[in-house]
Design a binder for this molecule. Structure first.
Ligand code: GLV
Ligand code: MN
Ligand code: MN
Length: 426
């Protein structure tokens, strides 16, 4: 291997970059950075600046995905795509998404500084809509890159009533340019993402890095429950049509259904909107979300049907109305076995065993799998805590992850992936 690697220095550099990016937030305390906001703009500019400092070509597509280009074999050579996302959930951790983008920039910088050349190019992609926290869309930026952007997304609205299309124009983009964001599948070798694990497996295994076998499928529902507003002091309990109590029972039904599943299904009610939202008025309308995930698509579909039946049963008993609509649906995506092997070999070069595990969290790789084979590298996460300001990855582990990406790219040979060792693994 030719590229010299100082793991401690790489880790220190990653840690400093994490802090710089984490300072870009809509809130002074904590980290909140949503898609197509002024904070997204500032983060994208910072990332583009880092890419330029690493001597990469830089461009930005119609959905704000920042792209860093290393093309030692010219622009027509096949491309390896690597990346992650720079949007966050509300009151987020500093590592989810941003770590992957930072590691890619560091890795390509090391490769370029060492004077390595390859018969293929590498593009870094810094996506802006992985979390799906602003609009009821998720993975739309990576979907555009994969050529599967759903134009219906443009008319969806955020909590302020701003449509996705309006936000895009305000961000300086033209929705007509979205199709041009798509890569030609014939020119793409694979998509690789490094990401904080967001779970406790690597910590329990005592290993800094792991390799993902598959990304669990997910469904997101919006459930609207309607009852009748009334005076909190005068309407007897037996005569109420309280939408919130119905919604609460439905949320517990979702928990029960997930707990009864044999495939480790998880269900989360993460957003609840109550109307009229007054201390002395019986709630008349509640809109809540259900996020349901499982490594088994069959189990997930059965659970969705069960939840729908339960929600209607609860609504009937309480004389409430209920309408359920799905706004996100993604199947379980296997990681390409050949890429898993190559990632494990790169980690072995650094003297580490790489445990393999499925990802319960969603990733841009789910959309990218429609374009090309995908692979994922996980970085140990303290306490398995994520989507929480306490999220943490140690500098040494981040340094190893950057080094693993370097070794992966360094080892990568064309002709590309072998179907014989690729295939499906769940
Ligand atoms: C993204 O982090 C998700 O899995 O919801
Ligand atoms: Mn993420
Ligand atoms: Mn996340």
């Amino acid at each position: 291997m030719n590229v010299p690697l100082d793991i401690a220095a790489l880790g220190a550099r990653a840690a400093a970059m994490i802090e710089e990016l984490a300072a870009i937030s809509a809130t002074p305390d904590g980290l909140t950075r949503f898609f197509l906001t002024p904070e997204h703009r500032r983060a994208a500019d910072l990332v583009a600046g880092w890419m330029r400092e690493a001597d990469l070509g830089v461009s930005e597509d119609a959905l704000g995905t920042v792209r860093g280009h290393w093309h030692p074999a010219g622009p027509d050579a096949p491309r390896l795509l690597i990346g992650s996302h720079i949007d966050t959930v509300a009151n987020a951790g500093k590592y989810d998404g941003t770590l992957g983008v930072i590691l890619c920039i560091i890795a390509l910088d090391e490769i370029r500084k060492a004077g390595l050349t390859k018969p293929f190019g590498v593009d870094i992609l810094a996506f802006g809509d992985e979390e799906g926290t602003r609009f009821p869309t998720t993975l739309s930026a990576s979907a555009a890159v994969a050529g599967i952007f759903a134009p219906a997304s443009l008319v969806t609205r955020d909590a302020e009533g701003i449509s996705y299309g309006e936000a895009l124009i305000a961000y300086g983009k033209n929705p007509d340019d979205i199709p041009a964001a798509a890569y030609d599948p014939n020119k793409v070798i694979a998509y690789i993402e490094a990401h904080i694990e967001q779970g406790p497996v690597l910590e329990a295994e005592g290993e800094p890095l792991g390799v993902v076998t598959a990304i669990a499928g997910a469904s997101r529902l919006s459930v609207t429950v309607t009852g009748e507003a009334g005076h909190a002091g005068t309407v007897p309990m037996s005569m109420r049509r309280d939408a919130l109590l119905g919604a609460a029972e439905m949320a517990l039904a979702a928990e029960r259904i997930a707990k009864a599943d044999a495939h480790g299904m998880v269900a989360t009610v993460g957003r609840v909107h109550v109307e009229p939202g007054s201390v002395n008025v019986i709630p008349s309308r509640v809109v809540f979300t259900v996020d349901l995930r499982s490594g088994s698509d069959l189990s997930r579909r059965e659970a969705l049907e069960r939840f729908e039946r339960e929600a209607h049963r609860i609504a009937d008993l309480r004389h409430l109305g209920v309408v359920i609509s799905a706004f996100h649906e993604v199947a379980t995506v296997p990681c390409f076995r050949d890429l898993q092997l190559r990632l494990r070999n790169a980690i072995a070069d650094l003297g580490h065993r790489a445990p393999t595990m499925p990802s319960g969290a969603g990733h841009d790789g789910q959309a990218m799998s429609k374009l090309c084979p995908i692979g994922m590298l996980f970085v140990r996460c303290r306490g398995g805590i994520s989507h929480n300001p306490a999220e943490y990855a140690a500098p040494q582990d981040m340094g190893l992850a950057a080094a693993a990406l370097v070794r992966f790219i360094e080892r990568f040979q064309l002709p590309q992936l072998s179907e014989a060792t690729g295939g499906v693994e769940t």
